[in-house]
Ligand binder design. Structure first.
Ligand SMILES: *Cc1c(COP(=O)(O)O)cnc(C)c1O
Length: 502
């Protein structure tokens, strides 16, 4: 890891009068303001921007970028999150000004190219998932879930089943599932999974009744295991008049192999920022398109993209049963474009290879690591698997500590303490974009850690020693993050000179 030799912030390096860019008036001659800004809108306070030369500003941003882990710099086996490589051809396409300079208020006839890409993307997603229609509006997986739950409510209301008040979720589900259902007013009932980490059919039947609105499920589940009883599960749920919601964040091992539509799911959300290689997390924004079966099409969010008989693309803003708009404009267009390029550049053949690679890589890691760390449910997995660190707690070591030690060794931490059904869980998802060499380096690091647990636990408990931030108070950091720097010394000096600052 690189440690900056100069830890002063750009504010502390600031010197009055230093400039990075010099725009002389002669270079600005052809600039004509379109409209004069009203005097009342002009800023009257001093802006406290740091004053730096260009090289100092460049160093500031480059050194900030090096303080973070990213998929472009390190292996990132964050289970459930599918941190696969983001191909640069996606970025090239999204950067073309034919796309990036478009404005969502442009008249339809001037953006036919972009609309045709949205339309084609919807067709590909339909083919990949086996659903009948898609909306591209939702901006993330959780947003897709909320959209899906709104569709569930709209469907039941329209079919005289509006009394249905509960949503079933397995106890292994991602936290956003119960949260989305609860946010929209449903009572959430958690289903205890069986000792093989799957949906327990008996428990399902005990809880399934005329009051059930839907079952939310991810398959493979968050243990990386395929729900073998999926056809029986969907049959039972449908027989009680309830719907099936598919959390598609775990679609990565199924591309071209199995389709949630064929399993019997009615509503599906996908995470383009996971399975379809668009940037993720702080590098977002995300995209969580939602697909539905035919009987749910009338309820999809507005506007709906349609292709006329003449081959023109147009937004239909008039569907009386629609749940309405869930996002401004038409979704995160740049993400949709990147996912489109990803699918086009691989083709359906290539996409199938992605899933096979993801499964092979995960099982390779699982087999190599199981000699050193118990696997929560040790069966052939799909794209990810879960280790348990329970054996290390008598040395005071928890799953999070292994994550810290891995960060120190140059790997991003796996997902820790999730899924909640596994004590001291360490959830590992290598993805198909990693080479055998990288996986072997990770295995070596994990074997070294296994040895340290036995021989030198302090090395693990004191990690990380070489990163800009070691062990912050995670609750405070999440609840009260300090996101901007204030140069209190300079503010005070200016104020004592009678200058108003902001
Ligand atoms: C990531 C994830 C989600 C939520 O997706 P966001 O885009 O982060 O909102 C939901 N379910 C599962 C299984 C996930 O891995």
């Amino acid at each position: 890891m690189l440690i900056s030799t100069d830890s002063r912030t750009s504010f502390e390096k600031s010197k009055p009068g230093r400039r990075g860019a010099t725009l002389t008036s002669s270079r600005c001659l052809d600039y004509q303001p379109v409209q004069k800004i009203s005097e009342s809108l002009l800023r009257k306070q001093v802006l406290l921007f740091p004053e730096l030369t260009e090289p100092e500003a460049v160093r500031h941003f480059v050194s900030l970028s090096k303080k973070n882990y990213s998929i472009d710099t390190q292996f990132y086996p964050l289970g459930s999150c599918t941190m696969k490589y983001n191909p640069k051809v996606n970025e090239w396409a999204a950067g073309l000004d034919k796309f990036s300079a478009l404005h969502p208020f442009q008249p339809e006839e001037t953006v036919q190219g972009m609309l045709s890409i949205f339309y084609d993307l919807e067709q590909y997603l339909k083919t990949i998932t086996g659903m009948d229609a898609f909306t591209l509006q939702p901006a993330a997986g959780a947003h897709g879930e909320l959209t899906g739950i709104m569709l569930v409510r709209a469907y039941h209301n329209a079919t005289g089943q509006g009394h249905r008040s509960k949503v079933l979720v397995p106890d292994s589900s991602h936290g956003t599932n119960p949260a989305s259902a609860a946010l929209f007013g449903y009572r959430v009932v958690e289903l205890k999974t069986n000792d093989r980490g799957r949906v327990d059919l008996e428990v399902l039947l005990e809880n399934l009744d005329d009051d059930t609105a839907c079952l939310m499920l991810t398959n493979p589940n968050t243990l990386g295991l395929f729900e073998e009883d999926i056809l029986e599960i969907t049959k039972q749920v449908h027989s009680k008049g309830a719907l099936l919601y598919y959390d598609g964040a775990n679609l990565n091992p199924l591309l071209g192999i199995a389709r949630p539509g064929d399993m019997g799911f009615d509503i599906v959300h996908l995470n383009l920022h996971k399975t379809f290689s668009t940037p993720h997390g702080g590098g977002g924004p995300g995209s969580g398109p939602v697909g539905v079966k035919k009987r749910l099409i009338p309820f999809l969010p507005l506007p709906v993209l349609e292709k006329t008989a003449a081959g023109k693309f147009t937004w239909n803003k008039d569907a009386p049963q629609s749940i309405g708009r869930v996002k401004s404009f038409y979704g995160n267009a740049g993400m949709l474009l990147r996912a489109y390029v990803y699918i086009r550049s691989l083709g359906l053949e290539g996409i199938l290879k992605c899933s096979e690679g993801a499964i092979v890589n995960a099982n390779y890691l699982r087999k190599k690591l199981k000699k050193y760390f118990p696997v929560a449910i040790d069966e052939t997995c799909m794209h990810e698997f879960v280790l348990t660190l329970k054996f290390a707690t008598n040395k005071g070591i928890h799953a999070g500590d292994i994550g810290k030690r891995l960060l120190e060794l140059g790997f991003h931490a796996p997902t820790v303490h999730f899924p909640l059904v596994v004590e001291e869980a360490l959830m590992i998802e290598p993805t198909e974009t990693e080479s055998k060499e990288t996986l072997d380096e990770f295995i070596e690091a994990m074997i070294a850690i296994a040895r340290e647990i036995e021989e030198d636990p302090k090395v693990i408990l004191d990690a990380p020693r070489n990163l800009p931030i070691a062990r912050p108070d995670e609750v405070l950091a999440a609840r009260k993050p300090i996101l901007s720097y204030r140069d209190l010394v300079r503010e005070k000096a200016l104020q004592s000179d009678g200058v108003s600052v902001s």
